[in-house]
Design a protein around this ligand. Structure first.
Ligand SMILES: NC(=O)C1=CN([C@@H]2O[C@H](COP(=O)(O)OP(=O)(O)OC[C@H]3O[C@@H](n4cnc5c(N)ncnc54)[C@H](O)[C@@H]3O)[C@@H](O)[C@H]2O)C=CC1
Ligand SMILES: O=C([O-])CC(=O)C(=O)O
Length: 339
């Protein structure tokens, strides 16, 4: 079991905009014109920790910015067209990246690599040049590879701080809470499931044994729930039938993670949530990025929490996760090495 205080923190950190802002920050969204970018920009406009919102896309960001800017919260909103990336990044403390193509039915997240790897690489290079101290929140898939890509680009540029690069895996946590609560009848807001590993299929490892509501689930009910959490993205891809993947639930998850980070940066204590970061947990197996509950603070990552005791089923899930994750990470690194 994770310690009581970590579990309490996970619960506390699973609220969107739960407190009033102590310190505010400039936030940029790269890919703001897209299916995730638009509702994410809307939700960030509502976040009291955001003082200024910089919306960039190769298509449509000024229009989204004009629209969102009419909402009656205090933050300033500016839209930047394709040729104004550097301006969009000036002075930003947090950059959220949902730029890139989404899946269509029949595709894996890894099938997006060929298009999205270079998009993310080029955006990371611009961040490294213009706002090297920014915290970078990567949504673009495949997250298991795009986070190593961003990290390697910053490393090449000599500005890498592993405490400031995050893969956003919050949607897995959101789905786990929702799907489990549908079975148990619990309130999803109080149903906090640590989800660790990576963000695709078998690399997504939900730790139901560590939750009050999930620990007694066994047999077919357990197997079905694990499958649903691991392949929740496919449900949406199938239902959208060629029109993309999760956008609205992802915008919610992205806004929630951004808010958690902003609260940590502002000095709030006890902000703990899973996110895919440079991690020592499986570094001895050559896997140096991993998602586990992370404590967020003024410098970004303050503490990487261990996984805690796993059930025999979770040990099996972890064993299946690690080789896939290793391949995804190595693919990202190799891409930058060859660029
Ligand atoms: N981490 C996660 O849990 C999730 C990740 N995703 C991923 O998020 C990404 C975006 O998904 P959607 O918003 O649905 O796609 P979308 O196609 O609706 O939007 C993507 C946006 O990125 C923009 N874009 C492309 N190249 C760009 C560049 N170089 N600079 C700035 N903007 C650029 C496009 O113009 C478009 O507006 C996909 O890779 C998807 O797989 C989606 C859901 C969940
Ligand atoms: O399934 C996809 O391609 C988008 C995604 O990452 C998710 O919804 O978890």
């Amino acid at each position: 079991m994770l310690s009581r205080s970590v579990l309490r923190s996970l619960t506390h950190s699973s609220r969107l905009f739960s407190t009033s802002a102590a310190r505010q920050q400039k936030v940029a969204v790269l890919g703001a014109g897209g299916g995730i970018g638009q509702p994410l920009s809307l939700l960030l406009k509502l976040d009291p920790y955001v003082t200024s919102l910089s919306l960039y896309d190769i298509r449509g960001a000024p229009g989204v910015a004009a629209d969102v800017s009419h909402i009656d919260t205090a933050s300033e909103v500016t839209g930047y067209p394709a040729d104004k990336l550097d301006e969009a990044l000036e002075g930003v403390k947090v950059v959220v990246i949902p730029a890139g193509v989404p899946r269509k039915p029949g595709m894996t997240r890894d099938d997006l690599f060929n298009t999205n790897a270079s998009i993310v690489r080029d955006l990371a290079a611009a961040i490294g040049r213009v706002s090297p101290e920014a915290h970078i929140l990567v949504i673009s898939n495949p997250v298991n590879s795009t986070v190593p890509i961003v990290s390697a680009v910053l490393e090449k540029a000599g500005v890498y701080d592993p405490r400031r690069v995050f893969g956003v895996t919050t949607l897995d946590v959101v789905r786990a809470a929702r799907f489990l609560s549908q079975i148990t009848g619990s309130n999803p807001q109080d149903t906090v499931v640590p989800v660790v590993g990576g963000h695709s299929g078998a690399t997504i490892v939900p730790l139901l044994s560590q939750t009050e509501q999930g620990k007694s689930l066994t047999g077919e009910a357990y197997e079905k729930l694990i499958h649903r959490i691991q392949f929740g993205g496919d449900e949406v891809v199938k239902a959208k039938d060629g029109a993309g993947s999760a956008t609205l639930s992802m915008a919610y998850a992205g806004a929630r993670f951004t808010n958690a980070l902003l609260r940590g940066l502002a000095g709030e204590k006890g902000i703990v949530t899973p996110t895919f970061v440079k991690s020592p947990l499986f570094a001895d197996k050559g896997i140096d990025f991993f998602s586990s509950p992370i404590e967020l603070g003024p410098n970004g990552v303050e503490k990487v929490h261990p996984l805690g005791p796993l059930s025999p089923s979770e040990e099996k899930l972890l064993a299946a996760c690690l080789p896939d994750l290793k391949k995804n990470i190595e693919k990202g690194k190799a891409f930058v090495a060859q660029s």
